[in-house]
Ligand binder design. Structure first.
Ligand SMILES: O=P(O)(O)OC[C@H]1O[C@H](OP(=O)(O)OP(=O)(O)O)[C@H](O)[C@@H]1O
Ligand SMILES: Nc1ncnc2[nH]cnc12
Length: 186
């Protein structure tokens, strides 16, 4: 193992130790991955945003899209650390300007996301950041928004992939060769 591999293993162990499992939330049968203990630990939060910023740099991203709401908490500091602009993709009805909208299904419900049309354009290479990849519906919908705006997808980076929900299998074909990076797979 290289020094970098060892450092990443230590970071992954730290991140994993700060995620709390909450059974049957928000509905029976869902094991909710609560990241609030991680956010409350500045060493873990800094390690996470640093790792996400490195992924932005490695993929040549020029902008970061964060997915409401937890993707804002991780994506905005990662964008700042990478020296990139941050673009919020919000749940429908929250953005005041002209928007592009996309509907999608969740592990527990359905939703619609929007982006300001003027925030993305041809020539942008966009890294999508979120906390959890579950079914992949949210991330897939964000890829559609990015491409409909004329921009290119640099990749998707998440703190955690819930492997048993098949989000990767859904997302990889939609990524068209761009990387899907999950710091943890649970
Ligand atoms: O892969 P998927 O099945 O689409 O699920 C993943 C999404 O679900 C959660 O967001 P949620 O919509 O619960 O919103 P929140 O961040 O506002 O809590 C999570 O933060 C991801 O965005
Ligand atoms: N099980 C889960 N835990 C946390 N966030 C989620 N988003 C979708 N599924 C989730």
């Amino acid at each position: 193992m290289t020094g970098t591999d060892t450092a990443m293993t230590e970071i992954r162990d730290l991140l994993l130790s700060r995620i709390r499992d909450v059974p049957d939330y928000p509905t029976p049968g869902v094991l909710f991955k609560d990241i609030t203990p991680l956010l409350a630990d500045p060493a873990a939060f800094a390690a996470l945003t640093g790792a996400l910023a490195d992924l932005c740099a490695r993929t040549g991203a020029t902008k970061v899209v964060g997915l409401e709401a937890r993707g804002f908490i991780l994506g905005a500091p990662a964008a700042l650390r990478a020296g990139l602009g941050f673009i919020p993709v919000r749940k429908a009805g929250k953005l005041p300007g002209a928007t592009l909208s996309q509907s999608y299904d969740l592990e527990y419900g359905s939703a619609e996301i929007e982006v300001h049309a003027e925030d993305l354009a041809a020539g942008d290479r966009v890294m999508v950041i979120d906390d959890v990849l579950a079914t992949g519906g949210t991330a897939e919908a964000s890829l559609r928004l990015i491409r409909r705006a004329g921009a290119e997808v640099a990749g998707v980076a998440v703190l955690m992939e819930l492997g048993f929900l098949g989000g990767r299998e859904r997302l990889v074909p939609a990524l068209d060769g761009a990387p899907l990076e999950a710091l943890l797979t649970v």
